[in-house]
Ligand binder design. Structure first.
Ligand code: NAD
Length: 298
């Protein structure tokens, strides 16, 4: 039986680890908060009390952590993954982090004899629960092949996109597209509301045309119902917009609309809305409009 050390049991990591357990893997999980470890054990996994315990004896280690410094700490820290790894172990980092940090992690991993893949995901909490995430993978082709059974357990679309860091580059593009879509959806719903059009009927017909999108399918209801429970936290999308704007600048690529949306996300985070779902872009958009709308004096 393949043993998987799973580090980071948050909104995404917890259901992914649960799906691996359901598929017959021996999963030993670690998280900063004990409640998430307890939930994994209840689901049939094993609990670890440290990164070291989750790593030792695991054939594969998966990390699903918030940000680049978290991955660097957990992997290269004093009692981290690499300090407790064995030669030939496979480390699959599924967090969304900076492409250059993924390349560094792969380089130090190689020095320790650990094979590293960057494998960020798209599809949100529902994709994690259903096990049909889209997974963009950077690294060696042979390591991608070795990770195939595990990645196909949590993913529906699993694609090797190039060398180390490439998965993160594709994920950065993904986040740019999603943020832009969300903002325009927010503006469209605020616009429809201002005219008192039936929102359910509007969304239904928009879904069938060129304006249709996964963002529209999954997030319109959040905006219409003002339900911004996460989901994908704005604080994490803020991190991702930082990644894509910095990488684009470095490459000399101009992303005017992406930069504008990045500022709106930053404003929401700065005013304390970072723990709302990213559909919370609607909150700011509608507030900005309604302040000026004679039809809705407040
Ligand atoms: P989250 O904040 O819900 O979960 C992160 C988990 O990591 C938390 O449970 C936290 O306790 C744990 N953690 C943090 N530092 C740790 C450490 N040092 N050791 C052990 N555990 C630690 O975040 P999430 O929404 O699950 O996202 C995880 C990653 O996946 C992020 O990089 C995010 O950008 C990406 N992502 C999220 C979604 C989504 O819809 N939520 C979708 C695609 C990608």
């Amino acid at each position: 039986m393949t043993t998987i050390g799973f580090i980071g049991l948050g909104i995404m990591g917890a259901p992914m680890a649960a799906n691996l357990i359901d598929a017959g893997y021996d999963v030993i999980g670690f998280n900063l908060t004990q409640d998430k470890i307890d939930a994994l054990v209840k689901h049939g996994g094993r609990g670890a009390s440290s990164v070291a315990e989750a790593t030792k004896g695991a054939d594969i280690v998966i990390t699903m952590l918030p940000d680049s410094p978290d991955v660097t700490d957990v992997v290269t820290g004093a009692d981290g993954v690499l300090a407790n790894s064995h030669s030939g172990q496979l480390l699959i980092d599924m967090s969304t982090i900076q492409p250059d940090v993924s390349r560094q992690v792969a380089a130090v991993g190689a020095e320790a004899g650990v094979r590293v893949l960057d494998a960020p995901v798209s599809g949100g909490e529902s994709g994690a629960i259903k096990g049909n995430l889209s997974i963009m993978v950077g690294g060696e082709a042979a390591d991608f092949a070795a990770a195939g059974p595990v990645l196909n357990t949590v993913g529906g679309t699993v694609v090797h996109v190039g060398p180390h860091g490439s998965g993160q580059t594709v994920k950065a593009a993904n986040q740019l597209i999603v943020a832009g879509n969300l903002q325009l959806l927010a503006e469209a719903i605020a616009f429809l509301e201002a005219f008192g059009v039936d929102l359910e009927a509007s969304v239904q017909v928009l879904r069938g045309g060129l304006a249709g999108s996964t963002v529209l399918d999954r997030k319109a209801a959040n905006m219409v119902n003002r339900d911004f429970s996460p989901g994908f936290r704005l604080a994490l999308h803020h991190k991702d917009m930082g990644i894509v704007t910095a990488a684009a600048r470095e490459a000399g690529v101009v992303i005017p609309l992406g930069s504008a949306v990045a500022q709106l996300v930053a404003a929401l985070v700065a005013r304390g809305d970072g723990n709302l779902d990213h559909s919370g872009l609607f909150k700011l958009t509608s507030e900005l409009s309604h302040e000026l709308s004679p039809a809705d004096p407040r």
